[in-house]
Structure formats: C-alpha cells, structure tokens
Design a protein around this ligand. Structure first.
Ligand code: FAD
Length: 262
C-alpha cells in the first residue's frame, strides 16, 4: 500500500486517502505468447500460454476456453479412443484465437496514449463504432463469440460456437446447452435428415431428435439458413452441419470422435 500511495502522489500529487485495500495487483502491458501450446506430453493453457494487459477483461475467458477445448480431447486420449493428431488440433485452434486477442489489447493500449495523434485515431475509431456492423464485430471479438475454428468450407455455423437454442424434443422443452453438460458430443437431428446413421458412434455420441422454431442467428454474422442436422463437439463448437444430406458426416465423426464400432 505504501508503494501505491507513493506512486499516486508522484503522478497525481495526492494518494486520495486510499487505505486498507482488499486486493492489490500490479501488471504491465506485457504481451507474449508461447510459440507452441504442445510439446509431446506438455500442454500449455491460460496465462501459461499467453499473457496480455487486462484491458477489455479477456484473459480469463481465453484461458477457460483453452481448457474447454483441451479437456475433451485429453479425455479421449486417456480413453484411447482418440483419432490420430486430435491433440494437435488444440494448438491449431487456440493459438490463433489468443494471437487475435493480443492484437486487440495491443491496439487498445496504444489508443490510451494522450498525444494529439493518438486522440485523432481514437476519434476516427469512435465514429466507426457508432455504426452497427463494426460495433457488432468488435463486441463479438471482445466476448469471444466471434471465434471460428477452420473446419473447412460450408455452412457459417461450421467451426463456430453453437447458440443456446430453446429446443423441443420428445421429452419436452430443453435449452441446448443443458445437453452439453455431460461433455459428450451431441448429434441434433432437426427432422430433415432421415436415414442418418450415427449408430457406429452410439457409445460416444448422444443423438437427439429436436425442433427449433426460431430464427437461426450467429453473433456478428446475423441470420443464416437453418441446418437440418448438426454435430456438436463437447466444447460447444460445431463439427458438421447437415443441409438435407449427410455428406461428410461419417468423416467428421471419425476425425473428432474416433473409429466407428462395427
Ligand atoms: C489486474 C488484473 C485484472 C484482470 N481482469 C480480468 C477481467 O476482468 N476479465 C478476465 O477475463 N481476465 C482478467 N484478468 C486476467 C485473468 O486474471 C487471467 O487471465 C487468469 O487469472 C489466468 O488464469 P490461469 O489459471 O491461466 O493463471 P493464474 O490465475 O495465474 O493461475 C496460475 C496458478 O498457478 C499457481 N502456480 C504457479 N506456479 C506454480 C507451481 N510451480 N506450482 C504450483 N502452482 C503454481 C499460481 O500461484 C496460480 O494460482 C485480469 C488480470 C489482472 C492482473
């Protein structure tokens, strides 16, 4: 507290009478990321993998999302059902996400400078953020809702976080995220995908017939076409989207959840 008081006096000429803090934390604008999140049996997550200034409050979310991305992959590895190279997808998916957050926090730190030129850039950006599209994009980035894992081309939902929809199933209404509580893959059939056979993965994948009456909307993207079936990974990201057929479904099931039981 003494150090803090002295610093406040040095900068503001007074310590504002501050006393008996419940917590003190010091931080800098240090911005660093591990070159790789995996080296054989060593995996890095959270602040061990990336550090940046707390501006924007994104570090905890980023670290938790690392852990959620990694947890189910590790579980499959331990159970020896993991497809080859599944653990490598952890670095491939999460490293670019933290790199992007670091880019944003570096920009935010730079904008805190008080010189006239930086203020001019800030004014221009403020103008952009008065517009809907840039504001939605930035909000999606700051909240982590813009994360898009590169799972190939296809429906916009592919590789993106599944929205928490209100579903109607044979056993009643249910919020989609409650179906993910078991941390198992979920295959949702919205009725347009007759004859889909997930049985060879039935020991791993929960299959649910469901209806969703609302509009299908994604953060920063807006309304998209409603899929007829969808395969959701245990971390809530979409591994496959069906649009009236099952092209690529078996390959996606095998790539993420291992070989079928025949
Ligand atoms: C001032 C400040 C404000 C912040 N505000 C926000 C915010 O609003 N929102 C947000 O999302 N994030 C915020 N963050 C960032 C957030 O706190 C971190 O990103 C997050 O706590 C990282 O969690 P972690 O578990 O990866 O690491 P840590 O929280 O650092 O946990 C690591 C743990 O490992 C322990 N440890 C270290 N070495 C060893 C060892 N050898 N053996 C055993 N244990 C060890 C440490 O004691 C510590 O308990 C803020 C950070 C700061 C500094």
């Amino acid at each position: 507290m003494k150090d803090l008081s002295e610093l406040l006096v040095a900068v503001y000429g007074t310590d504002f009478g501050a006393h008996t803090p419940t917590a003190i934390s010091s931080f800098t604008d240090m911005t660093r990321q591990a070159a790789t999140y995996r080296d054989r049996r060593v995996l890095l997550a959270g602040d061990a993998a990336h550090v940046h200034p707390p501006i924007g409050g994104q570090g905890l979310n980023l670290g938790v999302q690392d852990a959620v991305n990694l947890g189910w992959k590790l579980a499959q590895e331990v159970k020896e059902v993991s497809p080859a190279r599944l653990l490598d997808s952890y670095h491939a998916e999460r490293h670019p996400v933290a790199a992007r957050v670091m880019r944003t926090t570096m920009a935010q730190i730079a904008l805190r400078r008080l010189d006239e030129r930086t203020k001019a850039i800030g004014d221009i950006l403020t103008g952009f953020l008065a517009m809907d599209e840039p504001r939605k994009q930035l909000a999606a980035e700051m909240t982590g809702l813009s994360v898009h894992y590169d799972l190939g081309v296809g429906h916009p939902q592919l590789g993106r976080r599944m929205p928490d929809l209100d579903l109607v199933t044979a056993t009643g209404s249910v919020r989609l995220y409650t179906l993910l509580h078991d941390a198992r893959p979920v295959f949702l059939n919205f009725g347009g995908a007759d004859g889909i056979d997930v049985a060879p993965w039935a020991d791993r994948v929960k299959v649910i017939d469901a209806c969703y009456a609302g509009v299908w909307e994604l953060p920063a993207i807006g309304t998209v076409a409603a899929p007829t079936a969808i395969l959701i990974r245990p971390d809530g990201y979409v591994a496959w989207v069906g649009e009236k057929d099952q092209v690529g479904l078996a390959a996606a099931l095998e790539a993420w959840f291992g070989s079928p039981v025949l």
